[in-house]
Ligand binder design. Structure first.
Ligand code: 13P
Ligand code: 13P
Ligand code: MG
Ligand code: MG
Length: 366
């Protein structure tokens, strides 16, 4: 059976700043999807990561389906009404357009979708990150799909012997989608050359070269490219099929042990380490640190099992302690150098305005 996995995610308001959505908001979105998704979706799962709420659903309508996207958009509008009523912070923050036009891409919410022929057993992981941008997945997915130091299956499994194709998008180009396909292992240096720049080049999808089947889909929305100014961080989602011709679940998780530094800490303007957290994690220290949650599922004819929380294990407690230490280490240098994002990525007008004012006061010395 051919099914589509769609995850659509938005920040539509949160309690106490950018911490977490209220229970009433989450309930409203869940009720809306449950009532209006009949005859449209097969199954769904509503969750939050930091202040973002995600609708994961299964259906048979393919990617970029107008009715599925409209369902999510309307659910986010219904949730926004609750957020406004409760006085939540940033109510409707990610809904950047006034009216729905065909699909939700480019309207603010993050979207990741995959259509595929369901395998007899079909495991996948749904990742959601808060306080960061889509490039946060570049390094871990590169390591999980192209580096045998992390993915033993590249050596051990004949089903993965040919490697993977990476489709990478230049998110700074906004006229059209500007994409390139590169193959690992032959082109790993080219892949790494692009993926080092998390703010410009982003993995959009990954495909098995043995079967041609899609392994991963990542949301690539850069909000500041839509709104032209800071309206919140992108907070990307990803779907990754695992096992068989794809990396094992643990191979996909392994690189997240690094807690690598990503963009998006405090006011979307600082660098912080990505902390793998339990499902429905909230936000705290310095509006962060940037967090990642992972829910693993099995799916049969579109019906989802309950989620397995991939970062709810004693192993990740140690990782979280180390990531917290990394977060404090970089915060100790405040606004200086590598701790803050470069000018081009600064998400607030304040620095820009100050620099313009100061520029006039500079004197040229002979
Ligand atoms: P305010 O400047 O409105 O407090 O918002 C800051 C912020 O949290 C950015 O999203
Ligand atoms: P969000 O994009 O998660 O709303 O974060 C905004 C922010 O600036 C927090 O400091
Ligand atoms: Mg927010
Ligand atoms: Mg957020």
């Amino acid at each position: 059976m051919k099914i589509t996995l769609s995850v659509l995610k938005a920040d539509i308001g949160s309690i106490g700043g950018h911490i977490k959505p209220s229970q009433a908001l989450v309930d409203e979105v869940r009720n809306f999807v449950s009532q209006n998704g009949k005859n449209l979706i097969i199954d769904y799962y509503i969750s939050s990561t930091g202040d973002d709420i995600a609708i994961l659903c299964t259906h048979e309508r393919g990617v970029l389906d107008e009715k599925i996207h409209k369902l999510a958009w309307d659910a986010f509008l219904a949730g926004t009404a609750v957020a406004k009523k409760q006085g939540l912070y940033g109510a409707g923050q990610d809904l950047l357009k006034d009216s729905f036009s065909g699909n939700i891409k480019g309207m603010g919410p993050a979207v990741a979708e995959m259509e595929f022929e369901e395998r007899p057993n079909e495991p996948f992981i749904f990742f959601a990150a808060d306080k960061t941008d889509p490039g946060a997945y570049n390094l871990p997915f590169y390591l999980a799909f192209a580096d045998p130091m992390y993915c033993a299956g590249l050596l051990l499994s004949p089903k993965m012997s040919e490697g993977f194709t990476f489709r990478i998008i230049d998110v700074s180009y906004t006229e059209k989608d500007k994409v390139i396909e590169l193959r690992a292992p032959e082109e790993t240096y080219d892949i790494a050359t692009l993926l080092r720049d998390n703010e410009k080049y982003v993995i959009e999808s990954i495909f098995s070269r043995n079967t041609g089947n899609q392994a991963a889909a990542i949301s690539t929305t850069r909000l500041h490219n839509i709104a032209g100014k800071y309206t919140g961080k992108d907070d990307p989602v990803a779907l990754v099929r695992v096992q068989g011709e794809f990396p094992a679940t643990g191979e996909v998780l392994a690189p997240f042990e690094i807690g690598h530094y990503v963009a998006g800490f405090m006011r979307g303007s600082h660098i912080g380490p990505l902390m793998p957290c339990k499902l429905n994690a909230t936000i705290s220290y310095f509006d962060g640190p940037p967090v990642l949650t992972g829910a693993a599922f099995s799916v049969k004819e579109g019906k989802l099992t309950e989620p397995a929380d991939v970062f709810d294990h004693p192993f990740w407690d140690t990782v979280r302690s180390e990531v917290a230490a990394k977060a404090m280490a970089i915060r100790r240098q405040g606004f200086s150098g590598a701790a803050m994002l470069p000018f081009s990525e600064l998400e607030y007008g304040g620095v820009v305005e100050k620099l313009a004012k100061l520029e006039k006061k500079f004197k040229l010395r002979d």
